[in-house]
Each structure stands twice: as C-alpha cells, then as structure tokens.
Write a protein that binds this ligand. Structure first.
Ligand code: 6PG
Length: 239
C-alpha cells in the first residue's frame, strides 16, 4: 500500500489524474483496453473534469476505455444523486464516450435484480475472472467505501460480486460492488481529501481491524496495488 499525501485537494487530484493516465495507457498497451470502475459521491468530480479537459483529454485513447461504477444510488439515471449522471456530465459527455463503453447499473429493476443484473453484465464483459485494471474509491467520513457501509450485511459477502445494500438510517438502497470483486483489481486507488475525512482515514489505516466499524479496511487487493491519494487535511490525524 502506498500512501501519497499532498498539500491540498487540487494537488492530490492532479496526481491521481496522472496515475489514472499511466494505468490506463499501460492496460491499453498490454491488453488493448482499460477497464475502470469509477467512484461516486463528490470527490471524483474534479478528477473527471480534469481528465476531460483540453490538456489531458488526448493522453488516453478513450475509445478503448470501458467504464463501470463501484456503486450506484438506487435512483433514476437523471436523478441529481446518480453517480452515473455526475460522471456523464463531468467525463462521458465532454469526451463523447459511446454508450457501449459505459456500463450503468439498471436502477429500473428492483434492488436485488439490479445487483444481479450488474453482476452478470460485469461477468459477461470480462468473459471470466472480473479483474478491473483500476478501481477508484472514495471514503465516507464513517469509513465506508463504495456502498460498503458500517454494520451492513454486504460486508460479510464472500461470493457475490455485486449486492443491493439497504441503508436503514437514510431509508434508501444502494447497489455496490463487494469487497471480493474490488480486491480482484490490478490497481485500487482511494481519492480522499478534507478535514472531515481525517478521523476515518486514521481509523482505517491505524486503528484496530474492525471491518464492521471501518469497512474500508476490507479493501486489500489479492494481487494488485493499493494507493491512497489524500491531502494534508485528511492526513492530519495520522501518526
Ligand atoms: O456513491 C457514493 O457516495 C460513493 O461511492 C461513496 O462511497 C463515496 O465515495 C463516499 O461516500 C465519499 O463521498 P464524497 O466524495 O462525496 O465525500
């Protein structure tokens, strides 16, 4: 695991953008394509916008990139909370990414069927072992990642690749990749910044192992590389 600490969020975002480009080009050179799972929430928005800007957009052969989602809110794709919608506006539309390259969660199905359908979609795409070239992750201030939230049963899944997750406190469903799927990836990278994440990062990286309280501790690639891209504010509680 490599912990990269930057002065501020913008420096962390520039660094992870360069990392994204390097991983993408290595995958495309080796296998002819780049399979990436995008994180949701607000943290990655500026990363996506940076990758799509005039300076960086020509660094990757985007027609060889296939996009998946580490998790999705159980809402329509035009709902403001949709992770797909955020990525569409910040990345897919500016780069004119073809629909055939984007694998959305079918939130038109019931939650359990949406999860099963997404799992089948992933398995069919990889025609076997689903090994992402890169999984981008964020971290919640409660130490969740993707939709692996504290105290949820999805934390104990060791078979399924995708699961529906009911968040009782918010009375909403999420659809999430499971830790076993994420951990198959060749590269996993967290992008996390801001004071609000300092306690969670300290718990995940330095506190006792307790995945019920700190689900992001589940993230441990089987054979791949794990990197954190954080700013000094988020690192402020680390020893
Ligand atoms: O759908 C989501 O919300 C994400 O996948 C989630 O795991 C996110 O990465 C964290 O909650 C951090 O969210 P912020 O980046 O908004 O702080």
């Amino acid at each position: 695991m490599k912990l990269n600490i930057f002065k501020d969020a913008d420096e962390a975002i520039v660094a992870i953008a360069d990392y994204f480009i390097a991983v993408a080009n290595e995958a495309i050179q080796q296998n002819g394509s780049f399979n990436v799972s995008l994180s949701g929430g607000s943290s990655p928005k500026k990363l996506f916008e940076l990758l799509a800007n005039d300076t960086l957009k020509n660094k990757i052969a985007w027609e060889k990139v296939y996009f998946f989602f580490g998790d999705e809110r159980y809402v329509a794709h035009d709902h403001p909370d949709s992770n797909y919608l955020m990525a569409y506006k910040a990345l897919f539309a500016p780069l004119s990414i073809g629909e055939s390259q984007i694998f959305k969660v079918d939130t038109g199905l019931d939650p359990a069927s949406a999860a099963l359908s997404y799992e089948k979609c992933i398995s069919q795409h990889f025609k076997g072992e689903p090994v992402f070239d890169l999984v981008l992750l964020g971290l919640g201030d409660d130490a969740h990642t993707a939709s692996l939230f504290p105290g949820t049963s999805v934390l104990w899944i060791d078979e399924e690749l995708v699961k529906d997750v009911y968040l009782q406190d918010k009375a909403v469903y999420r659809i999430s990749m499971t830790a076993p799927l994420i951990n198959k990836a060749k590269n996993i990278a967290f992008l996390t910044f801001g004071n609000a994440k300092a306690d969670a990062i300290k718990s995940v990286l330095e506190d006792e192992k307790d995945i019920t309280k700190y689900p992001a501790q589940l993230i441990n690639p089987v054979n791949g590389d794990l990197q954190w891209f954080i700013d000094e504010a988020a690192a402020s509680k680390l020893k």
